[in-house]
Design a binder for this molecule. Structure first.
Ligand SMILES: Nc1nc2c(ncn2[C@@H]2O[C@H](COP(=O)(O)OP(=O)(O)OP(=O)(O)O)[C@@H](O)[C@H]2O)c(=O)[nH]1
Length: 312
């Protein structure tokens, strides 16, 4: 499982290029040309290349067409088929200056060709261009995952990550805790303090909750309106409940005045949670409904509290 926080972080790292070629001399020449600009990873065969591609998730792959065993054409099919590597751009390296080969490679999903013998300035220019496009694509992806009002992840990102975390919990036979949180009497807040002040509160609450998360895979998103959702993978019921208590305490410390709330004179939250043990029989929708029902229960029982699903 990759880290939720690292996935939400910036794209300004030094980029990595994976070069796959069975000829050591080609690997060395290309690595020498590129090393100044990027981190370089080398693979001497298609099998090793596929392994390193899924392990390092490089920003760009340079792939030799002619290799013994699995050819470059066969390998690009596998890379494009794999969910982890399908978006990584691939540039073919070839000595064959033949348009039908080039057409085949482009049809299989390559973004460009580099011809042997290598011309250092051309290799650098093509690699820089595709790395720049990769960086721009990643920036757009990140923007599409952020809620503009609060700056935390949005519901789209939550849905993606939920699916990943669920599959990972099945594989690792671990628990996934889901918590829904909702600001109490927020309508009254908006009505009395104004919508702009309400927006500010949403921002403050979002960051208070985000800052309360401790582990790298813990995740929070704005679910919509004044509702938030947390995913706490590989967490126990006790640990998750403690974390939510800590969130409530952190919010109480912020002490955002809410004179018109019947439950407190500051902003409070209600929350509903469940620890799911995903397996192929348990449905994700049932777990989410339980978390939602517990949030409803917390509201019904007087708000400013956490209700937790306890299986009979
Ligand atoms: N300022 C602001 N308000 C929002 C936003 N999204 C939703 N709201 C408001 O949140 C309020 C939610 O109202 P309700 O669903 O009645 O919930 P509530 O008043 O918090 O009541 P309880 O949840 O039962 O405590 C509505 O007034 C919405 O207009 C937003 O982006 N900014």
């Amino acid at each position: 499982m990759d880290s939720a926080t690292s996935m939400e972080s910036g794209v300004n790292h030094r980029q990595r290029v994976l070069i796959i070629d069975d000829q050591k001399t080609n690997l060395k020449i290309l690595a020498d040309i590129l090393r100044q600009d990027v981190d370089v990873t080398l693979a001497h065969s298609a099998e090793q290349g596929l392994r390193k591609a899924t392990e390092y998730l490089p920003d760009l792959i340079l792939l030799d067409v002619m290799m013994p065993g699995i050819s470059g054409f066969e390998l690009i099919k596998r890379l494009k088929h794999h969910s982890l590597t399908s978006a990584i751009p691939v540039i073919f390296i070839t000595a064959l200056n033949d348009s039908s080969h080039e057409e085949q490679g482009l049809r299989l999903g390559a973004c460009d060709y580099i011809y042997k013998p290598f011309h250092a300035a051309i290799v650098q220019a093509r690699v820089r261009l595709h790395l720049q496009l990769t960086r721009q694509r990643k920036m757009l992806e990140q923007l599409a995952h952020i809620d503009p009002l609060t700056g935390i992840a949005n519901r789209r990102r939550y849905s993606q990550l939920l699916e990943q975390y669920w599959r990972s919990a099945i594989r690792q036979q671990s628990q996934l805790c889901v918590v829904m949180l909702d600001i109490d009497h927020f309508k009254e807040y908006n009505d009395h303090y104004g919508h702009a002040a309400g927006d500010k509160v949403l921002h403050q609450v979002a960051h208070c909750l985000k800052d309360s998360l401790k582990r790298p895979h813990d995740f929070i998103a704005r679910y919509g309106g004044e509702e938030f959702v947390m995913l706490l993978p590989d967490s126990t019921e006790h640990g998750s409940q403690q974390l939510i208590e800590h969130c409530f305490a952190a919010l109480a410390q912020l002490a955002i005045p809410h004179e018109f709330s019947p439950v407190s004179d500051v902003i409070t939250l209600s929350a509903g949670g469940i620890c799911c043990s995903p397996n192929r029989q348990h449905k994700l929708e049932d777990c989410l409904k339980q978390a939602d029902d517990r949030l409803y229960q917390a509201k019904q029982q007087g708000k400013n509290r956490l209700c937790w699903y306890c299986p009979e």
